[in-house]
Design a protein around this ligand. Structure first.
Ligand code: PGA
Length: 251
């Protein structure tokens, strides 16, 4: 039986004061056990604050990006080893905002996932189609190619140490959520695709859904056979909403 993971993606929001209140509430209210793990992926400058707040609790944390390189003259970049220094368990890679706004392609995303694994981080590898691609009937082709790029670089052993997040671009921050059936269909497709690489890896793989997950739709999404939790943007900034979503993942 796979556990569930509910990971908040704070994006570029927060301040020391706002985070302190949010982290206090998350620490106090996060489920301990129940088959669900709560995590927060925060902006780099706040990792020290999060480490101090969440160390010794069941809540885990991570970053939203990392460098593909281990170290060197890469001004403005942050390495996986640096993230580990601040206790990160996760690094999101290939979020659609990075792909679209910062030109990250699937090959770079795969190298970033590799860099994360090499430093002991768990990459949360994001895949997903745009509205035009869905309407054009090419969702599986797009998601399949994004996945293949990661599988090609990481291999079965690497993929076994990843989390995948299916995030339809048209559902991110828009209030439009994929229906549980729409999401389940793509999740099943992803698991089948990974099964061609390695059936056991596929059956153990956590596949999160992301895109306007809210307190009132999380339970139906998380009830689907191949949905193993969520990557939560906007709702992760409101403690009560995030905790309700975490509770929806508990069994
Ligand atoms: P959203 O964002 O929950 O605000 O739609 C999800 C994400 O971008 O990870």
């Amino acid at each position: 039986m796979r556990k569930k993971l509910v990971a908040g993606n704070w994006k570029m929001f927060g301040s020391l004061a706002e985070n302190a209140a949010l982290l206090d509430a998350v620490r106090a209210g996060a489920p301990a056990g129940g088959g669900v793990e709560a995590a927060v992926c925060v902006p780099f400058p706040y990792l020290a604050q999060v480490q101090q707040s969440l160390s010794g609790t069941a809540v885990t944390w991570g970053a939203q990006n990392l460098s593909e390189f281990a170290k060197g003259a890469y001004t403005g970049e942050v390495s996986g080893a640096m993230l580990r220094d601040f206790g990160c368990r996760y690094a999101i890679v290939g979020h659609s905002e990075r792909r679209t706004l910062y030109g990250e392609d699937s090959d770079l995303v795969a190298r970033k996932a590799r860099a994360a694994l090499d430093t002991g981080l768990v990459p949360i590898v994001c895949v997903g189609e745009t509205l035009a691609e869905r309407e054009g009937g090419v969702t599986e082709r797009v998601v399949g190619e994004q996945l293949d790029a990661a599988m090609g670089v990481l291999g079965a052993d690497g993929v076994s140490r990843c989390v995948i997040a299916y995030e339809p671009v048209w559902a991110i921050g828009t209030g439009l959520t994929a229906t549980p059936e729409q999401a389940q269909a793509v999740h099943a497709f992803i698991r089948e695709r990974v099964a061609k690489l390695d059936a056991k890896v596929a059956s153990n793989l956590l596949i999160l859904y992301g895109g306007s997950v809210k307190a009132n739709n999380a339970a139906t999404l998380f009830a689907m056979a191949d949905i193993d939790g969520g990557l939560i943007g906007g709702a992760s900034l409101v403690a009560a909403d995030f905790l309700a979503i975490c509770a929806a993942g508990a069994r």
